[in-house]
Design a protein around this ligand. Structure first.
Ligand SMILES: N[C@@H](CCC(=O)N[C@@H](CS)C(=O)NCC(=O)O)C(=O)O
Length: 237
């Protein structure tokens, strides 16, 4: 790919969207690696032609990697991008060295992706019964994670890993949802709550979105006429 527009001057360009949680996991991995990169946000409701040409699934994130010919090779799929960064960039390791533990981490990254699929329905549905079903699914999945966590502060203890990069954007949704009402999803899950807090304080996590993130997410909910906006607290339900 040698006709990237706009032209990237950095070796790494992350093609992004302001709200996308998959983009965020790549941005967090890049920041943890202290890898210099450029970021460009596109409008997913009006995808630019150059993006459609280079994105096989028409989705963000893409990581454009400068090659020896002065052009860029394009990587798609956030987990693949994170694995590539782990294999090529200096800086702290984001995967465990032990193959079995690493494979288990990859499984929990997939678990995080399944939560993102549930969250999409949870945040966009106009159907109150479906919202409640998804609320219960989410509560059950976080209860499963509670059993996996140890003393923290991160998924694997002291060292921040790609599993943390996957879950930080998930928890960020709830920072906004909590301003609407208490879903009760994290009730009785002290280790998940402590993990959520530790991730929210991590500089790479903070830097992965812009200062207007909450406003944009609220506008997104309003555009979808999401029933979540009328969600009563679980104590009122
Ligand atoms: N499995 C993909 C999912 C990426 C994804 O769903 N991106 C969304 C934004 S958060 C997107 O680009 N959607 C555009 C579309 O589906 O048209 C990944 O991990 O990169």
């Amino acid at each position: 790919m040698d006709h990237l527009s706009p032209v990237a001057s950095s070796a790494l360009l992350l093609v992004s969207h302001h709200l996308c949680p998959y983009v965020q996991r790549a941005a967090i991995a890049l920041a943890e690696k202290r890898a210099p990169f450029e970021r460009i946000n596109i409008d997913l409701a009006d995808k630019p032609g150059w993006f459609l040409e280079i994105s096989p699934l028409s989705k963000v994130p893409l990581l454009c990697v400068r090659n020896g010919d002065g052009g860029h090779d394009v990587l798609f799929e956030s987990s693949v991008i994170c694995e590539y960064l782990e294999e090529t960039q200096d800086g702290r390791r984001l995967h465990p060295a032990d193959p079995l533990t690493r494979a288990r981490h990859r499984g929990w990254m997939e678990f995080g992706s399944s939560i993102l699929s549930d969250l999409w329905v949870y945040e966009t549905t106009q159907d109150r019964a479906q919202l409640e079903t998804k609320r219960q699914v989410l509560a059950s999945k976080f209860a499963t994670i509670e059993e996996e966590l140890t003393s923290g502060p991160y998924f694997a203890g002291d060292s921040f890993s790609l599993v943390d990069a996957v879950f930080a954007p998930i928890f960020r949704y709830f920072d906004v949802f909590d301003t609407i009402g208490d879903s009760g999803i994290f009730a009785g899950l002290p280790r998940v709550q402590a993990w959520r807090k530790a991730l929210s304080e991590r500089p790479s996590v903070k830097a992965a979105v812009g200062p207007d993130y909450a406003g944009r997410l609220m506008a997104f909910l309003r555009r979808h006429d999401a029933v979540l906006l009328q969600q009563p607290s679980v104590s009122e339900a």
